[in-house]
Design a protein around this ligand. Structure first.
Ligand code: OMP
Length: 216
């Protein structure tokens, strides 16, 4: 679904439709996917997913974290739009993640969160990073999210997930490096503020894509 060219995913966490489209247009030639999160979808509506899909495959980062039946309803709703993937929490348990995978039924790639990238992840979530990665494999998910802020965790998670995709946020504003995450085993890095807060998002995206190339 997602090409594997630049290995860069832009996190479009802006809160205006016009600005989101403007940035998407500028970076479309460089990025392999666009990730949308609550800031943009709550400020607009789910049709933004359809609009952005004209530029690149769209991953819905809805961090789905509920009981199985509610998770299924969320995935069903996303399936009505032109999304290519969805991010779900693993910490709520196997049944909840399985509900997402079976409802997505291959029409939407499911990415399971492992250890998150922010400092607070070290309080609880990090202890379960590899367990959650194993859960992703067991339920037949398409990939996992692992922290570019801790390349050593990306390496450990790569060992668990084998050929599953690893998408890795935390580059730039959170202090992680794109090349370090790729060298540690990430397939793609996710970059938000460093690109969308730049005066020249296209040039910034190209700069990161060039850095990734040197790491391959
Ligand atoms: P920047 O920090 O601005 O590059 O944005 C990172 C993006 O990745 C945001 O949309 C976060 O919500 C998301 N993210 C993380 O930063 N850390 C995680 O552990 C997981 C995600 C995510 O699921 O995408």
């Amino acid at each position: 679904m997602m090409p594997k060219n630049s290995r860069l995913i832009v996190a479009l966490d802006v809160t205006e439709r016009d600005l989101a489209i403007k940035i998407a247009k500028k970076v479309a030639d460089t990025v392999d996917a666009i990730k949308v999160n609550y800031p943009l979808v709550l400020a607009t509506d789910l049709s933004i997913v359809d609009d952005l899909s004209d530029f690149a495959p769209v991953i819905c980062d809805f961090k789905v974290a509920d009981i199985p039946s509610t998770n299924s309803l969320i995935v069903k709703t996303v399936l009505k739009h032109k999304a290519s993937g969805i991010i779900v929490h693993g910490i709520v348990g196997k049944d909840s993640v399985e509900a997402c995978v079976s409802t997505a039924s291959g029409k939407l790639e499911v990415f399971v969160l492992t250890e998150m990238s922010h400092p607070g992840a070290l309080e609880y979530l990090a202890a379960f990073g590899e367990t959650l990665a194993r859960l992703a494999v067991d339920v037949g998910a398409d990939g996992v999210v692992a922290p570019a802020t801790r390349p050593e965790s990306v390496s450990a998670i790569r060992k668990v997930v084998g050929s599953l995709k690893i998408i890795s946020p935390g580059v730039g504003a959170q202090g992680g490096s794109a090349s370090a995450a790729i060298k540690a085993g990430a397939d793609y890095v996710i970059v938000g503020r460093q690109i969308y807060n730049s005066n020249e998002p296209d040039k910034e995206a190209k700069k990161i894509a060039d850095e990734i190339k040197t790491a391959l």
